[in-house]
Design a protein around this ligand. Structure first.
Ligand SMILES: Cc1cc2nc3c(=O)[nH]c(=O)nc-3n(C[C@H](O)[C@H](O)[C@H](O)COP(=O)(O)OP(=O)(O)OC[C@H]3O[C@@H](n4cnc5c(N)ncnc54)[C@H](O)[C@@H]3O)c2cc1C
Ligand SMILES: *[C@@H]1O[C@H](CO)[C@@H](O)[C@H](O)[C@H]1NC(C)=O
Ligand SMILES: *[C@@H]1O[C@H](CO)[C@@H](O)[C@H](O)[C@H]1NC(C)=O
Ligand SMILES: *[C@@H]1O[C@H](CO)[C@@H](O)[C@H](O)[C@H]1NC(C)=O
Ligand SMILES: *[C@@H]1O[C@H](CO)[C@@H](O)[C@H](O)[C@H]1NC(C)=O
Length: 525
């Protein structure tokens, strides 16, 4: 929108948009009319189209025909019924064939390969629904055990609202500016998963508008097929409009540790031991990452006086494994926290003198990636191509993976870019009825090659490394599962879902038989 147009012009434009049937182009390039009586205002201005065509991946760009900025879930249901060729509004009722345009919910557009796009179709801006949600986008229950959240809200908003009541969600992604509906459509993973499961395991109930345009409330007891289908369902069965998120007591502060290992097996042994602990002593958060001499060694976590020492360690060993753990506390546990940290770390097998501790507010800990974003934005390295590769690797093959991929491929590059995540997690809190896919082992590793192009790196070269990583795993029989993947061949999707493919297909026929939803995932095109 242009700056400061007079009120009468806005009113006039709004009126015109409401009165003029909107033309959008379907995938086949056929013009489709949104009838006036549908009473939906869609945006077709160049700014809206361009904003909805791009994502964080910054690799693909697909123009939608229009963007819907809904003010109620009923508008989304109306749109989907119309898209099915089922059009009844204001007493009139007609059924014809589907007009042929697709529909994609868009949270924050943090997808990597156009998964939230709808070429020629309609992108539904979920932020609009969160902004107009009554009484608020996040409503914490009276007893503080759950929050009802508009799916377009971001996790940072859920956290802020919960903290006002002294409570908090239990499972977080590393970055909080992701929409609730977007992470629930994938899994929502991070350093709490080993203990609480992914975000999809911490949801009590959902409101979903199915691909047919039906508004359904679902839970493990009520319409479980839809409930489990949409959790990790890649937007294929319905548009989530509300999620009931589990909350628990919120701590106030965090002991945040990074511990450096030069020995890979000591590193993984300690990681695996820490996630297997069952008592109250155990850590609340566990991740890990690599520091490599052929990459940018970010020492900002460490005290200034230790930074040179850390850099030398990395250069001497070429690769250092960083164990990252956190223990939460508050005023009641304050008197014993240092003792607890001491007991937790006393028997770990890292070289002495390479354990570093920060003591930070709980919110700042969870929001730590925001600082990285600000830094990257300030040097123009945020809005660049991100050919990220995320995967789950079965624990039984982690040694082979380390030899072949980390040492054989990554460490053998002349230079690497971005962060490499490397940490184990437990399978026991994942429900196999959900659509999300993980390896078939009790413990598996979360590996993320979070590369950024820019400067001398073009994204195709970085993608080439990803392809070689996948090939290595295929050729070595390491049964990885990719996360946030984008396959374009049907056989890759069938392989990905394995024994669950038939359930996935059946749910598609049940809830979105016209195959309208989230076409950017490229599963049913
Ligand atoms: C900096 C950064 C850090 C990240 N860290 C993590 C991490 O630690 N852990 C992790 O698990 N992920 C992480 N992610 C990935 C993130 O989970 C995905 O990008 C995810 O898609 C959420 O982003 P979004 O809300 O913008 O979704 P979008 O990209 O907008 O949408 C993702 C998919 O879900 C569909 N969708 C969106 N909203 C809905 C809805 N309400 N109902 C149904 N379908 C919907 C879309 O159509 C699309 O197919 C990270 C991403 C970035 C950019
Ligand atoms: C059309 O939708 C708006 C809300 O977007 C509502 O205020 C109005 O009453 C609706 N018009 C009709 C005819 O239903
Ligand atoms: C979605 O709506 C929000 C709030 O109105 C707006 O700030 C944002 O730019 C919109 N996004 C897209 C992709 O249209
Ligand atoms: C990548 O981001 C830049 C900067 O925002 C933008 O100009 C460009 O159009 C984007 N490219 C794609 C393919 O999204
Ligand atoms: C490392 O790279 C060199 C040069 O590209 C290549 O010849 C060698 O085979 C690579 N080593 C491994 C273990 O992949």
């Amino acid at each position: 929108m242009t700056t400061n147009p007079s009120l009468s012009i806005i009113t006039l434009m709004t009126l015109l948009m409401c009165l003029t049937p909107t033309l959008i182009k379907s995938e086949e390039g056929i013009d489709v009319l949104l009838p006036i009586s549908l009473n939906l205002t869609v945006l077709t201005d160049p700014f809206s189209i361009s904003a909805a065509s791009q994502d964080f991946g910054n690799i693909t760009s697909e123009n939608p025909g229009a963007v819907l900025c809904p003010s109620s879930p009923a508008e989304v249901a109306r749109l989907l019924r119309f898209a099915n060729g089922d059009f009844s509004y204001d007493g009139e009722s007609t059924t014809s064939s589907s007009p042929g345009f697709k529909v994609a919910a868009r949270g924050q557009g943090h997808s990597l390969r156009g998964q939230a796009s709808a070429p020629g179709g309609i992108v539904v801006n979920m932020t609009c629904l969160a902004k107009t949600a009554k009484p608020a986008a996040v409503v914490v229950s009276a007893d503080g055990t759950y929050a009802d959240v508009a799916a377009g809200a971001m996790w940072v908003e859920v956290l802020e609202a919960a903290l006002k009541r002294g409570v908090s969600p239990v499972s977080f992604t590393d970055y909080l500016y992701l929409s609730v509906g977007g992470t629930l459509s994938n899994a929502g993973i991070g350093g709490n998963v080993f203990r609480h499961g992914p975000q999809i395991s911490n949801v009590h109930e959902l409101d979903v508008i199915t691909g047919k345009g039906d508004m359904v409330t679902c839970s493990p007891k009520l319409h479980p097929e839809l409930f489990y289908g949409v959790l990790g369902g890649l937007g294929q069965f319905g548009i989530i409009t509300r999620a009931r998120i589990a909350l628990d007591h919120a701590p106030t502060r965090v002991k945040w540790l990074r511990i450096l290992y030069s020995d890979f097996s000591a590193f993984t042994k300690d990681q695996e031991r820490l996630i297997s602990m069952g008592n109250d002593l155990r850590v609340d958060f566990l991740e890990g990452q690599l520091m490599m001499s052929n990459g940018i060694v970010d020492t900002s976590f460490f005290p200034l006086s230790d930074q040179t020492r850390v850099t030398s360690l990395v250069n001497d060993h070429r690769i250092i494994y960083v164990l990252e753990i956190a223990k939460y506390y508050d005023s009641t546990t304050l008197p014993i926290i240092d003792q607890v940290i001491d007991r937790l770390t006393r028997n770990l097998g890292f070289p002495s003198g390479f354990m570093f501790v920060q003591d930070v507010p709980y919110f700042d800990f969870l929001n730590r990636v925001r600082n990285e974003e600000d830094k990257l934005r300030s040097i123009g390295l945020w809005e660049v191509p991100h050919p990220w590769l995320n995967m789950f690797v079965p624990r039984s093959r982690i040694l082979d993976f380390h030899e072949g991929v980390i040492k054989g491929l990554l460490l053998n590059q002349t230079s690497t870019s971005g962060v490499t995540l490397f940490y184990p997690t437990n399978r026991n809190k994942w429900n196999n009825l959900m659509s999300a896919m993980i390896p078939n082992e009790d413990v598996f590793y979360v590996i993320g090659f979070l590369q950024s192009a820019g400067g001398s790196n073009n994204w195709e070269d970085l993608q080439n490394l990803n392809d070689r990583i996948i090939n290595f795993c295929d050729n070595s029989g390491i049964n990885i599962k990719e996360y946030l993947m984008h396959y374009t061949r049907k056989e890759d999707w069938i392989k990905h879902f394995g024994p669950k493919w038939n359930d996935f297909l059946r749910r598609k026929m049940m809830f979105d038989p016209e195959k309208l939803l989230s076409p950017g995932q490229d599963i049913f095109n």
